[in-house]
Ligand binder design. Structure first.
Ligand code: ADP
Length: 321
């Protein structure tokens, strides 16, 4: 099976005053071309750091990142600049990521100039107009400035800029979290349309499970720096194996009044990501925890075909869920 991206035992530790903060801790997964992998988890669990390390915007502490089979962790800075033509990132706050002194056209043109993709300004103009149309921006706003737009249209500019250099792979870091719910759906649908049209591969980071459910093929759940479960969207939402995933799912409001889902409130102490102790990091909040959970780290195993979990007690938990 050929994967576009393979992440192997990736770690990113930050040195902080009282030790080493394990922001991403031994994460492994693969993504096929054209797929969307949603990454969910509470704030601070390491989603953004994971996204940035994959693009080497943060240097990994250890582990390997293979892109089309090439180990990009060994690439020099200039090789990485070249690689970023294929790998782009879209951030949460479109306002902060757009230069207020540039027009829409100048913003979209910038990467074209950096990567010297078109020789003449006429060719670049043609490409800018094509991209604006692709993301649903009228030609009339070619010379407008970011402050003239609402959040949704600003995110369209960000998407056009990211697509300008024809990347294959995009890390989308909470791209709709700052937008109104009605606008969120428009941007998500646009991203899905573009994915189909251009054959894009996404890592879609969000704390919002309903957003991830809308856009993802596969879903990975993170807890305190670790990937604790990964499977197809269908399996994760129908039959989660990890007690933490189940607790997260119970927090999604249901619009079906016949479905009476009990919201599970997580109690217990949240472990620290700084110099974490031996054992499962979720154990103190887990109703299924046994002695083994406090004494040894659960292995990340393939419990069923294409369904991975890191939990000593997933069989007991899954029977109860
Ligand atoms: P998320 O995206 O899931 O909210 P982050 O990846 O932003 O989580 O953060 C993961 C952990 O790493 C947090 O504990 C955060 O405080 C810490 N962290 C992130 N960036 C840095 C940094 N540059 N220096 C030190 N700690 C960091």
């Amino acid at each position: 099976m050929s994967y576009l991206l393979e992440v192997k035992n990736l770690k990113k530790y930050f040195t902080v005053p009282n030790g080493l903060l394990h922001a991403v801790d031994d994460v492994s997964f693969s993504i096929k071309k054209g797929e969307t992998l949603g990454i969910v988890g509470e704030s601070g669990c390491g989603k953004s750091t994971l996204g940035r390390v994959i693009l080497r915007l943060h240097e990994p502490t250890s582990g390997r990142i293979l892109y089309e089979g090439m180990d990009i962790t060994t690439f020099s800075k200039s090789e990485m600049i070249h690689m970023r033509r294929n790998m782009q990132i879209i951030f949460q706050d479109p306002y902060a990521s757009l230069n207020p002194r540039f027009t829409v056209a100048q913003i979209i043109e910038e990467p074209l100039k950096i990567h010297k993709l078109y020789k003449t300004s006429g060719e670049r103009k043609e490409r800018i107009e094509e991209l604006m149309e692709m993301v649903g921006l009228s030609k009339r706003v070619y010379n407008s400035y970011p402050h003239e737009f609402d959040g949704g249209r600003r995110q369209r500019i960000v998407i056009a800029r990211a697509l300008s250099i024809n990347p294959q792979f995009i890390v989308c870091d909470e791209p709709v979290s700052a937008l109104d719910v009605s606008v969120q759906a428009q941007i998500l649908n646009l991203m899905m349309e573009l994915q189909k049209k251009l054959g894009l591969t996404y890592i879609f980071i969000s704390h919002d499970l309903s957003v991830v459910k809308h856009i993802s093929d596969n879903v990975g759940v993170m807890y305190l720096g670790q990937l604790i479960e990964k499977a197809s969207k269908k399996k994760i939402f129908k039959k989660p194996l990890h007690p933490y995933t189940n607790a997260l799912l119970s927090s999604i409001p249901s619009i079906n009044v016949d479905v009476k889902k009990e919201r599970q409130i997580l109690r217990g102490e949240i472990a620290s990501p700084i110099n974490p102790k031996q054992g499962c990091r979720f154990a103190k909040r887990c109703e299924f925890a046994a002695d083994i959970c406090f004494n040894s780290n659960p292995k990340y195993v393939e419990a069923e075909e294409d369904h991975f979990v890191a939990c000593h007690r997933f069989e007991e938990a899954a029977n109860d869920i």
